[in-house]
Design a protein around this ligand. Structure first.
Ligand SMILES: [Zn+2]
Length: 703
């Protein structure tokens, strides 16, 4: 049963939270952009309250969304960057509060940086982050799902919810990722948009329109509180920053914020007072009539919107710790109040927003009273965060790791750390651009050129873990295993919280067939990020290689429980059944894998083998054919076709196919001698001839 405050007799609204990644407010029509093609978002604003002065807490996806869903600043919820931090279980999210009050809760996210492993799942009945079937992203890019698809997922879920008898009200969070780079909008949106970025926004607007019209069509829109905002903007070259995440200027922290809920939220109001994304949770709770708003760092904005109290003069906090945790530079902390922006940095900044809205003229001078006052304001927010602080889901360096790194001489001395912290991110821009250049070289497999630039960066900034991790990867791609490992260990010494780096060390150890070491690294990755499915599935493979089938199976089960959409878990399970000689189950799991990863060569070949061993030769052939199309230069498909031909009584064809396999590098004498499938060929002179040729070739090969 729903349990709302007794005196309220309002109907219980559904709550729909839409977050659009990387959306600058000033690229929407309702925020004054004349060339925008955003009629649905504009319509939403026209029927609700639009805040003209909304500021996000961080220009980085995961910390920002953690703030939107908790009403806490990153300094309190502890998530400071993408990839390395999971939200602590101690956080009480908006979702958990609505769920406790009887809501059905469902999330749809469109980028891997919001994957369930980062623990924004708290309170959600369903968390659709199933992106594994999407095209693999280019190197260093984020796996994502286009807006039309995400909207489609919402609509399918909505239809199910709508037709459920005695349904509960819903809380749905829909995250769209499209305006994030690379900008590759659908063709229909390219035509009229001034830039590709704007075309991506137009594509999101159409998806928003679909969702709203489904609600409207079933007379549910007016009983749904709709909130639309962005996690951050996009710099588009302002302050020499191309995208977002490094700086905390208006270009990336000013976001749209729209609330629509007729009868309660004013219609067509433009609110100019300062607001923040920490205010979303308390405002939603206030509107819905639930307690908990006071346990956030925000305020309920509804009274100010309704005019029952004067607009509060709220300080607007933003931070970016990317420069510190990723690049070994100084962090940036900022606050806006009374028409000024204050940024605490090695070279501090003060801007008069009234006269200088683009923050181009730094007014800061030593002893500036305005700056000192704003810095006290900033300190009060950071101090206040301590009261709310929850532990993020990551552990500091374990004693064991610390000792290992120290004994290897990797832990940076205090002196080095101090000097790193001196560099202002403003001065780090050339380095940032160099990093981009190195990434571009690596994307084109120009490893030496990439390596040189990365070394240049690391000579200046040894604490630049982003550069160091890319360098390690570049070395790995060149098969320089020891050098790659060395760089990863260096990286961990600077920032020990990187579960991905542990996983890479695990992969390196596996390549070098050191199962025990690999296991240790994967365990460390899991300690930092408990739902790190890549580590789990590799731990399964390690146990399988050791012959511990029960332990292997336990890991695969755990992986699927942690993320039922993760295809490598099914591939692992398939290998497990294959090794158990349960070919039927193996085939089922290879098929599941191939549904998600149709281009997995290993799964295609093994699926063929499983069918082959079940004597379903027609099915085996279709898998081998797919494998051959994928890798026409591999000897595996022709060899397996030869086996099928031999079994099916066509020795001549089988010999031709074996010759094909040999021409593609097949040189396995043992298989020719012992593979049962080839039994009928062995008496044939043509086979003897081929066998002798392979034997000779194999003898000539170096060991
Ligand atoms: Zn983002």
């Amino acid at each position: 049963m729903l349990c709302f405050t007794a005196c309220e007799r309002r109907p219980v609204p559904n709550v729909l939270l839409i977050t659009v990644d990387t959306l600058r407010a000033d690229r929407l029509g309702c925020y004054g952009f004349g060339l925008a093609r955003t009629p649905h978002i504009d319509g939403l604003a026209a029927e609700g309250v639009r805040s003209t002065n909304a500021i996000t807490a961080a220009p980085i996806t995961m910390p920002s969304h953690a703030t939107i869903l908790t009403g806490l600043y990153p300094s309190a919820h502890g998530v400071r960057d993408n990839g390395a931090y999971a939200l602590g279980d101690g956080a009480v999210t908006l979702t958990e509060r609505l769920k406790a009050a009887g809501y059905t809760t469902q999330a749809f996210v469109s980028a891997l940086v919001l994957n369930r492993r980062y623990n924004l799942t708290q309170g959600f009945d369903g968390y659709d982050d199933d992106l594994w079937a999407e095209d693999a992203p280019p190197m260093f890019m984020i796996r994502k799902r286009p807006a039309a698809k995400t909207a489609g997922r919402f609509l399918a879920w909505f239809e199910q919810w709508r037709t459920t008898p005695k349904r509960k009200p819903f809380f749905a969070w829909v995250h769209f990722f499209d305006p994030h780079q690379p900008y590759k909008p659908p063709p229909q949106d390219r035509l009229f948009a001034p830039t590709l970025y704007d075309a991506e926004i137009a594509a999101v607007d159409r998806a928003v329109g679909q969702i709203l019209s489904a609600l409207r069509q079933h007379q549910l829109l007016d009983n749904t509180l709709v909130i639309l905002t962005a996690d951050h903007g996009e710099s588009l070259g302002e302050h020499q920053e191309k995208t977002h995440a490094l700086f905390i200027y208006d270009a990336t922290v000013h976001v749209p914020l729209i609330f629509r809920y007729p009868r309660v939220v004013p219609h067509g109001k433009v609110y100019t007072g300062p607001v923040r994304t920490v205010d979303i949770v308390p405002t939603v709770l206030g509107i819905v009539g639930l307690p908990g708003g006071k346990e956030t760092q925000g305020v309920d904005l509804l009274p100010a919107w309704r005019g029952t109290m004067p607009p509060p003069d709220l300080p607007q906090y933003s931070e970016s710790l990317l420069s510190e945790v990723g690049f070994g530079m100084a962090p940036l902390y900022g606050v806006r109040k009374g028409g000024y922006t204050w940024i605490r940095a090695p070279k501090p900044e003060l801007y008069d927003l009234g006269h200088d809205p683009h923050e181009l003229h730094n007014l800061y001078a030593d002893g500036d009273e305005r700056a000192a006052k704003l810095d006290r304001e900033l300190e009060a927010i950071l101090e206040g965060s301590r009261r709310f602080a929850i532990t993020a889901g990551n552990n500091p360096m374990t004693q064991e790791t610390a000792e290992m790194l120290r004994s290897l001489g990797y832990v940076a001395g205090g002196q080095e750390r101090k000097s790193m912290q001196g560099i202002d991110p403003k001065d780090g821009l050339p380095i940032y651009n160099k990093l981009e250049e190195a990434r571009h070289f690596a994307q084109r497999s120009q490893w030496a050129a990439a390596g040189q630039l990365l070394h240049e960066i690391l000579d200046t900034l040894p604490g630049h873990v982003a550069a160091r991790n890319i360098l390690a990867f570049v070395l790995l791609r060149q098969h320089r295993w020891e050098d790659a490992k060395d760089q990863y260990l260096h990286s961990l010494a600077t920032d020990p919280q990187q579960s991905r780096v542990y996983a890479m060390l695990g992969t390196l150890a596996l390549i070098q067939q050191n199962l025990d070491e690999a296991e240790q690294h994967y365990q460390q990755a899991l300690e930092l990020t408990p739902a790190f499915v890549e580590a789990m599935v590799d731990l399964g493979a390690i146990e399988l290689a050791r012959g511990n089938t029960e332990k292997a199976e336990a890991w695969y089960k755990k992986t699927i429980a942690a993320d039922p959409g993760f295809p490598r878990a099914y591939a692992g399970y398939a290998d497990f059944y294959y090794q158990q000689r349960n070919y039927e189950a193996a085939l089922t799991y290879y098929r599941k894998t191939l549904d998600m990863l149709p281009h997995n060569f290993h799964a295609l070949i093994n699926a063929g083998h499983a069918a082959h061993l079940l004597s379903d030769f027609a099915t085996a052939r279709t898998f081998y054919q797919r494998a051959e199309r994928l890798r026409p230069d591999s000897w595996l498909p022709p060899y397996n076709f030869a086996c099928l031909a031999a079994i099916e009584g066509d020795p001549q064809q089988a010999i031709v196919l074996l010759e094909q396999a040999v021409s593609k590098g097949f040189a396995n004498v043992g298989l020719l001698q012992h593979d049962e499938d080839l039994h009928s060929l062995r008496p044939l002179p043509a086979f003897q001839k081929l066998f002798n040729a392979v034997q000779e070739q194999a003898a000539g090969l170096p060991d």
